[in-house]
Ligand binder design. Structure first.
Ligand SMILES: CC(C)(COP(=O)(O)OP(=O)(O)OC[C@H]1O[C@@H](n2cnc3c(N)ncnc32)[C@H](O)[C@@H]1OP(=O)(O)O)[C@@H](O)C(=O)NCCC(=O)NCCS
Length: 145
């Protein structure tokens, strides 16, 4: 059975660690704001096991004028479950949640390797690529809801 549901930030760590922070200390899986009330974490469950995660943070980027902005972070699908449409469903789940929450804009820093995935979901690159230390080249991407 497959289902998306809200999870705690601690429950994101197993997937974040394997996919986004491979070989790094588990502490690096905690992101600023993970424990705030407005932050939400969603997990994609496959037969009772979390195989994908994503998190949304109420966080305004001053580049954008819209008042109600959310940032997506920690989008990750376990390698053996990638390319099955799970990532797409998790992003859509965030969008549906935020549409019901008066959000005008979603933004995030996308890894260069994931830009096409987000473009297929209607997100646009904003500006030049930049480097995040220890992680690599990123693009700021956004979508108006
Ligand atoms: C990027 C990631 C989240 C995508 O999730 P996924 O479940 O594998 O993607 P989906 O199966 O939902 O793919 C949806 C579409 O995007 C495409 N796609 C997925 N990942 C892609 C990638 N890295 N590059 C280009 N296209 C990609 C799929 O082929 C599919 O295309 P289609 O609709 O034409 O069939 C996942 O591969 C992942 O966790 N990667 C490693 C970590 C990472 O880069 N996270 C994002 C950090 S910003």
């Amino acid at each position: 059975m497959e289902i998306i549901k809200e999870i705690t930030f601690q429950e994101t760590f197993s997937v974040r660690h394997k996919v986004l922070r491979k070989g790094k200390p588990i502490e690096t899986c905690f992101f600023d704001g993970d424990n705030l009330e407005q932050t939400k974490h969603f997990g994609y469950f496959n037969n009772g096991k979390i195989v994908g995660v994503v998190s949304i943070y109420k966080n305004k980027n001053s580049i954008f004028k819209f008042p109600n902005q959310y940032q997506i972070r920690g989008m990750a699908i376990l390698e053996e479950f990638q390319e099955k449409g799970y990532g797409k469903l998790l992003i859509k789940h965030c969008e549906d949640y935020l549409k019901n929450n008066d959000t005008n804009l979603i933004w995030f820093n996308a890894r260069e390797t994931a830009v096409t995935f987000y473009e297929k979901l209607g997100y646009t690159k904003n500006g030049f690529p930049f480097t995040i230390t220890d992680v690599g080249i990123h693009f700021l991407m956004f979508k108006n809801l």
